[in-house]
Ligand binder design. Structure first.
Ligand SMILES: [Zn+2]
Length: 241
């Protein structure tokens, strides 16, 4: 369990931290880069949900458990979205520290179910958990950029910005520990947890990542980014399993 938590922490902290570091070194990326990057982040999540989490959930617990998990994951994110203060990813255009912090809060809160996916995946099969962790780490990079950009524009010191951005990855360790423990209870619980993580991720993709990617970019940039993310997820899936 400690190993699982550490792997998830690495995927979270190193992933978002890398996004913050890119912003610290290169400055805020232009929307031409930003838009497909967020689409890419969403595409990877689609691949994780449909290629890794949902097939494993259906195999372990049947469509009913997987579907019940999926629905509750999506509902939870919708509730958090309604009741917790945070900002949409596309507000990253902004020069305000507050926007960066609020984006970070949104990322930190959806990192919990992403960690759950890693922990439950590890419980289902170590190769599944590792594939999920790797893809989530990649997906986290553009999210770290979204959080770090407004902070950098607002003039926050670089090392402070990078450490704040990296700390948004911390809930992932907590989620992984919870997913691993829940998955131990029974195959039905494991299927529920995997479905739950998939539902939470799909909601973030449809509600946040794709709309932000579309808003920031013109033409088909966002769509190409998303397809590239799915493609990478497909290759990683074939390669790691
Ligand atoms: Zn995420």
């Amino acid at each position: 369990m400690l190993r699982v938590t550490l792997i998830a922490l690495a995927a979270g902290v190193l992933g978002t931290g890398a996004g913050g570091l890119i912003v610290a070194l290169l400055g805020r990326p232009s929307n031409r880069v930003y838009s497909p990057a967020l689409g890419f982040s969403g595409g990877i999540m689609l691949a994780v949900a449909f290629l890794e989490l949902l097939p494993a959930a259906v195999e372990l617990g049947g469509a009913l458990h997987a579907g019940a998990g999926l629905l509750s994951g999506a509902l939870l994110i919708a509730l958090l979205d309604r009741f917790l203060p945070h900002a949409q990813l596309a507000s990253g255009n902004n020069r305000f520290m507050r926007v960066g912090l609020l984006i970070g809060l949104g990322i930190a809160m959806h990192n919990f179910p992403e960690g759950l996916a890693i922990g439950a995946g590890m419980q289902a099969a170590p190769s599944l958990g590792l594939a999920v962790a790797l893809m989530i780490a990649l997906h986290n990079v553009p999210e770290g950029m979204a959080m770090g950009s407004p902070m950098a524009l607002a003039g926050m010191r670089r090392c402070r910005m990078v450490s704040l951005v990296a700390s948004a990855g911390l809930p992932m360790g907590l989620g992984a520990a919870a997913g691993y423990r829940l998955g131990e209870l029974s195959p039905g619980f494991l299927a529920l947890s995997l479905g739950f993580a998939a539902g939470a991720m799909l909601f973030v993709v449809f509600d946040e990542l794709i709309p932000a990617a579309q808003e920031l970019g013109s033409g088909h940039r966002a769509a190409f980014g998303a397809v590239a993310g799915v493609l990478l997820g497909l290759l990683a899936h074939a390669w790691l399993s």
